[in-house]
Design a binder for this molecule. Sequence first.
Ligand SMILES: *[C@@H]1O[C@H](CO)[C@@H](O)[C@H](O)[C@H]1NC(C)=O
Ligand SMILES: *[C@@H]1O[C@H](CO)[C@@H](O)[C@H](O)[C@H]1NC(C)=O
Length: 247
Amino acid sequence: MKSCAQTALQLGFIVLLCGFLAVWQRTNNDWDFIVYTQQWPQASCVDINETRHEKCFLPSNVKTWTIHGIWPSREQNKGPFYCNDSWPFRESAILDLEPQLVSKWPNLIHGEGKTSFWKHEWVKHGTCAALLPDLDSEHKYFAKGLDLNKRFNYMKVLADKNITPSRDTLYKLTDIRNAIEGFTNSYTIIQCIVAKDESKQAIVQVEVCLNKDFTTRDCVNYDNKFMLLPSWDRIPYNPSFEACVDD
Ligand SMILES: *[C@@H]1O[C@H](CO)[C@@H](O)[C@H](O)[C@H]1NC(C)=O
Ligand SMILES: *[C@@H]1O[C@H](CO)[C@@H](O)[C@H](O)[C@H]1NC(C)=O
């Protein structure tokens, strides 16, 4: 029979181990792959107008797919987020990139100022991405965004398959998916906004997933639905789709 002391010792060990695991889980900012996300700004604008208190402002130099962010991710779940609160965003670090960032990584929320979106992406995702030598400074993070925006030119990828932005023409989601995934050679997450009467949808965001060497890989479907219900008639210029997959 075990002595009382022995049992107490074993219990103590288990408690210690559990405590250690809990702390490790909370502080481990490791991640497996990158989700690189781009938006179709016209649809994003509808989302902002319809679902937030803010209003959208679409600058005239914003003409193509824009960057949302470079998001480190785990196989099992999204994140990590906010990895280093002693690494604040500094505009001075990216002044040379700003002329490109304002049209390729714009903040579409009216009145917020250009840097608040960059600050948010850096603090939430960039400080976690910085584990990777290729992304271990603010400048590298934002320069990489611009670089990926050139590489994932969905406007051209879709136009090559005769899919062009239009108010009236409807496209099949399979054709969109085939065009994009024919280019990325991987499973992507394609997100839509849906008209109130559910008769139409519009593509609003595409997530492509990347290994740590920036080659493409399949995305993980975390099964979070992206359902927004804007009114349809105010879209100025927008590709529309018959259906959007359950991404
Ligand atoms: C969003 O609202 C702003 C301000 O009212 C307006 O100028 C803009 O055209 C709207 N955009 C869309 C896509 O609804
Ligand atoms: C957090 O950021 C600071 C300031 O840039 C840096 O010195 C430190 O190494 C970072 N810590 C981690 C764990 O990356």
